[in-house]
Design a protein around this ligand. Structure first.
Ligand code: NAP
Length: 275
């Protein structure tokens, strides 16, 4: 079965639209971008379309790349204090004169839509209510929407980044899965992947996971987004695996659209928090 990320994203958007239709104001998102960057612009256009589709407010605050760190931090502080703003997104990478760490720290945890603030990361680690990073949240939401019970499942996550692999492992454990994280120093990766009920790949190498590395009973979730000859491809050798494994996500049309949609869930959490 090929998992339809667009259909899951639509369900999430429908829920988001209904959730705020009778509220006293619409939830509002502000994105900040310095200069021009085609992949950031494409991402923000997608976020704008997603917000517009559920009638959430969206605004892009665009600055020149020469903006000083102090001016950016002051702008973020003003947004933190603005009661009409529920979520802030700052597009990385930032110019050299600006510390990304300081910027992440400056966003109020209750407006941090990416879930990158150390307070949110710490709360997640402790099992407390926290804004969760969108990509891991998307993967967990996909399992929920597909009625896949994670309890007792042996799940292998390939990739240990702060934005995908690590938080995802914590969220899978919250759902009572048995989790192994693999990375570039893992010895005999296939030893783990062949035994896995579920494999989640977030490596950033096109067609990295091959058919011979997985069991035919496996569910394969491809987080990867790689550009090959102008086309978007995942980290999984999809063509060889789609008729072999139990379930698989395509790229595009898998985790990507769900990641954009679950951002709305984070906006709602923040919005309901201030209401
Ligand atoms: P990242 O920070 O570069 O991390 C990549 C991870 O893969 C690292 O932990 C690395 O191990 C591991 N790795 C690299 N080569 C490996 C190998 N040969 N064997 C096993 N593990 C290996 O990347 P990321 O930000 O997590 O993103 C991963 C992919 O997901 C990218 O394609 C990115 O574009 C995509 N992505 C998609 C979404 C979405 O919404 N769909 C969101 C975010 C990212 P070490 O730690 O040992 O270096």
């Amino acid at each position: 079965m090929i998992i339809d990320g667009n259909a899951i994203a639509k369900k999430i958007k429908d829920k988001a639209r209904n959730c705020c239709s009778d509220c006293y104001r619409k939830p509002n998102v502000v994105a900040i971008m310095l200069g021009e960057n085609p992949s950031s612009e494409a991402y923000l256009r997608m976020i704008e379309r997603t917000c517009n589709s559920v009638e959430f407010g969206y605004r892009l605050d665009r600055f020149d790349t020469t903006l000083s760190e102090q001016d950016l931090l002051e702008h973020i502080r003003a947004l933190n204090e603005d009661e009409e703003i529920d979520g802030i997104l700052v597009q990385m990478p930032l110019p050299k004169q600006i510390s990304e760490e300081k910027v992440i720290m400056a966003i109020a945890p209750e407006k941090d839509l990416d879930g990158f603030h150390p307070i949110n990361a710490g709360r997640l680690f402790k099992g407390e209510k926290a804004t969760r990073p969108c990509t891991p949240l998307a993967v967990i939401t996909m399992f929920k929407e597909l009625d896949i019970d994670l309890e007792g499942k042996y799940i292998v996550v390939i990739g240990r980044s702060n934005i995908v692999g690590k938080p995802l492992a914590v969220m899978l454990m919250e759902n009572n899965a048995t989790v192994t994280i693999c990375h570039s120093r893992t010895v005999d990766l296939e030893e783990h992947t062949r035994k896995a009920d579920i494999i989640i790949v977030a490596v950033g190498i096109a067609n990295f996971l091959k058919k011979e590395m997985v069991s035919e009973k496996a569910i394969v979730i491809d987080v990867g987004m790689n550009e090959v000859d102008g086309k978007l491809v995942g980290d999984v050798d999809f063509d060889s695996m789609k008729d072999y494994v139990q379930m698989i996500t395509p790229v595009p049309g898998g985790v990507g659209p769900v990641t954009n949609a679950v951002l709305l869930l984070n906006v709602i959490e923040h919005f309901k928090g201030v209401k």
